[in-house]
Every structure is written in C-alpha cells, then in structure tokens.
Design a binder for this molecule. Structure first.
Ligand code: CTP
Ligand code: A1H0Z
Length: 413
C-alpha cells in the first residue's frame, strides 16, 4: 500500500506500478452558478478552472493519460486550452447530454487509445473536472484500492442531515446522519469493471443516474472500497464556490518568496528584517544574493520574487529576473510576482523623483507575459524594524492579491 502521510511522486510511483488513466467529465453547463460561462471554463488568475484540474493530474508521473469529455460546442475551446497551457497526456472527446454519458464517452475513448505510448489502463480514475484540488497521496490510495477491489471511491462526512419528503412537501422521515456519507471524487475502477458497467446499464441510469459506484455494484457485482478523503475534494457548484476556489489558488501561490539582495549590506539587513516580519504573516522567505548557480533553483520553485536595490534607480536587476523567468517559461501556469524594493539613503532623492516612469514602462510589457511587477520605495530611517515591517505588509498583500490594478505602481513604505 502507499506509504502513509504526505506522499511525493516517488513514493506514489513505487505504489502504483500499473497503468492508470483519468476521465474528467467536463461537458456540463454549470447552470447552478448562474453564469453564462460553464464553470469548468471560468478563469482564475487568467487560467480556466479545468486547466488547474488537468495540471494536478499531469504533475503525477504515474498517470499515463487524461481524457476530457466536453460538450461538442466547447471542443475548440478545450483544444485551445490544451495548446495554450501546454498540457501533455490529455485529449478532448465529445461529452454527452448527461454526466454519465460524458464519462462513458471518456471510458470508451480510453479503450480506443491510438497514442503508441499509451496502452489500455488497468485502472481508470473518474474525477469531476470542477474539483481542482486533488491530492496525490489520496489519489494513490484510490488507485490502489480500485486495482485490488475493482472499484473505490472518496467519501466525506455529511454536513447536513438527509431527509425524505412527502409529495405534499412535508417531512416523511430523516436518515440517521452518522450512518451515511457524501460520495465525492476521485473514484477509481478497473477498466473492465467500469466499461462493463456502462455496457450493461440502462437508459434510465444514463439519463438520471449520478453515481458510478452504484453502476459497478448493480451491473458488475463490484462493491466499491470507500476511503474518506480530505476536505479539498469539494466540487465547484455554485457561484460562491468560484470565489472560494480562487482564494485557495491565491493562497497556495503566496506561501513563500525569494529575496535577492545583490549581497549589499543594507539589502541583506533589510531582507533579514523582512524574514522576521513576514513570519508573522505566515510567509517564508528564501534570501539569496543572486539567481546564479545553485540559487537558480529559486526560479523553478518560486512564484514570488523581491529584488532589493540600494540607491541606484535602474531596473537592470529586475530586468535580469524577467529574462531568467522567461527562459524557464515560468509564468505559463501562474502569474509570477516581482517586487522591486528600492532603498534610498537619507541624502538621496527618492526614485519616484529620479526615475518616476521607469517601473511603469517595464511593468507594462512584463504584464503581457503574465509577470506582475510592483515597486516599494523605502527611505533610510533610524526606525529600521518599523520600516521593514511596513515593507513586509505591503509585499505580502501584493503577493496575496496579485492585483493587475497595482502593477507598475511605486508604493511608499
Ligand atoms: N452532461 C454533462 C453534465 C455534467 N458533466 C460534468 O460533470 C461534473 C459534475 O457535474 P455538475 O457539478 O453537475 O456540473 P454541471 O452539470 O455543469 O452543473 P449544473 O448541474 O449546475 O448545470 C462537471 O465537471 C460537469 O462538467 C459532464 O461531463 N457532462
Ligand atoms: O450530481 P452532479 O452532476 O451535480 O455532480 C456529480 C456528483 O453527484 C458526483 O460527483 C458525486 O456525488 C460522486 O458520484
């Protein structure tokens, strides 16, 4: 079985030594959001929700292929998303008029796989495209249980009690909540079980059913193993869920930052003071003199950079960060934040007077490449800790919000 606790790719790959493919049903219209755009195509920080879900599965090396089932009218849009965000392993197939029909089309597509490196999977993971926060260690457990049992599914405790109503709209009876669970996703099935279930199920199942685990039991006699999953498995259903999803995405991008000091004493002192101050804001700082040699690792793991410049007003250090980020195509999936902290000594003119438009012009071009540049101006003062704390508050807010409206602004600490 998978090792307990937080798995990484390596431990998951050791557990899952059989081919696993994924079907993401994404053929719905999202009526319950009240929006014109189907929720799977609503964008967060410039990227559609479905791209986050695809990327979560793509990041797992032991997933061999992904099929997304979308409405025929969205096939071109889906193809564009796959190309724009350089999604690998994934292809789009036409969905159906109901969720079961979409899933069935996805399962059939796995059976007709033509890509040479991709064979018929041993296990098929089915996961709603509008559940973007899937965790690898949990998915590994579902895949392993599906291989052993034929079917496995995620469950969560019920939040509200389930009741039955009379035809007149009165209470008939209520269920004992402790005996029931909410069926969530991901679910896993051996390819044989899920393909047989869809071959044997009825038109009524296709039209009105909502539970794949039921089809496996009803038509294949396969009783799914149920595994309680983390609260992150929730499904984006209502408009409020879109706001919640964006907040979670922003939070995951804002947990750390890399501070580049150039090795200058004032910059290193400020960085040390920043590290203490952001600790209270639940952020971690990695402090490096530059992004060369081993320090280049920051470019591959960080979404936020703080360049501390002392005295000079040119933006050459920020420009160097932009070049390095573009070389790694780092801003493809998420907007990267670069904050220029300009520290001027007491006898110097503030940069807002020396080069007021420099940062605005640079920020304007960078924004088109999904890199958000902000400026913070800091005047040398004897209240060192207070100034650093102010810079930390501003930088933390800029990183958390990633607001396009403040791009290119030079804020005063
Ligand atoms: N004909 C359908 C209907 C739904 N789904 C997908 O099934 C998942 C879960 O369904 P749900 O949350 O009900 O999505 P919608 O049907 O789009 O939502 P609504 O019921 O509010 O219209 C979603 O990813 C949805 O795109 C699908 O692939 N094909
Ligand atoms: O019913 P909807 O189409 O809104 O969502 C599908 C859910 O029913 C489904 O994802 C889980 O309950 C597990 O089967």
């Amino acid at each position: 079985m998978c090792e307990a606790g937080k798995s990484d790719h390596h431990s998951a790959e050791r557990c899952v030594d059989f081919p696993v493919s994924v079907v993401l049903p994404a053929g719905g219209t999202g009526e319950r959001t009240g929006l014109q755009t189907p929720k799977q195509f609503c964008t967060f920080l410039g990227r559609p929700l479905i791209s986050y879900t695809i990327q979560a599965f793509e990041s797992m090396p032991w997933i061999q292929s992904i099929v997304v089932a979308v409405a025929k009218e969205n096939m071109d849009l889906m193809t564009d998303i796959i190309q724009r965000f350089k999604h690998r392993k994934v292809r789009a197939v036409p969905g159906g008029s109901t969720r079961h029909r979409s899933i069935c089309n996805g399962v059939l597509a796995l059976g007709e796989e033509e890509r040479p490196a991709v064979g018929r999977p041993k296990v098929v993971i089915i996961h709603d495209a509008v559940r973007p926060f899937v965790e690898e260690d949990f998915l590994c457990k579902i895949a392993m249980a599906a291989k052993e049992q034929g079917a496995a599914g995620a469950i969560r405790p019920l939040v509200s009690t389930v009741i039955a109503t009379t035809s007149e709209g009165y209470l008939d009876h209520s269920l004992e909540r402790a005996k029931y669970r909410a069926s969530e996703m991901p679910q896993g099935f051996t390819y044989d079980v899920i393909s047989q279930a869809y071959q044997r199920c009825s038109e009524s199942d296709f039209e009105f059913g909502t539970e794949c685990l039921h089809l496996a039991l009803q038509y294949c006699g396969t009783n799914a193993k149920l595994i309680e999953g983390p609260p992150t498995l929730w499904k984006v259903t209502y408009k409020r869920d879109l706001a919640a999803a964006e907040s979670i995405i922003k939070e995951t991008l804002s947990r750390s930052a890399c501070v580049i000091t150039g090795g200058l004493a004032e910059a290193v002192n400020l960085a040390d003071a920043l590290r203490k101050a952001v600790g209270a804001l639940d952020m971690e700082l990695d402090i490096v003199p530059d992004l060369m040699g081993d320090n280049a690792r920051c470019l591959l793991k960080e979404w936020n950079f703080i360049q501390v410049s002392v005295s000079h007003s040119c933006l050459s250090e920020v420009e160097a960060i932009l070049v390095a980020l573009e070389a790694e195509n780092r801003a493809l999936l998420h907007p990267v934040v670069v904050i220029w902290v300009h520290f001027s000594r007491t006898d110097e003119l503030p940069v807002s007077e020396r080069a007021p438009t420099a940062i605005t012009e640079l920020a304007s071009t960078a924004k088109h490449r999904n890199i958000l540049i902000y400026g913070i101006q800091l005047k040398q003062s004897k209240h060192w800790e207070r100034s650093a704390s102010r810079v930390a508050e501003i930088a933390s807010a800029l990183i958390r919000e990633r607001s396009p409206a403040l791009v290119g602004q030079l804020l005063q600490a």
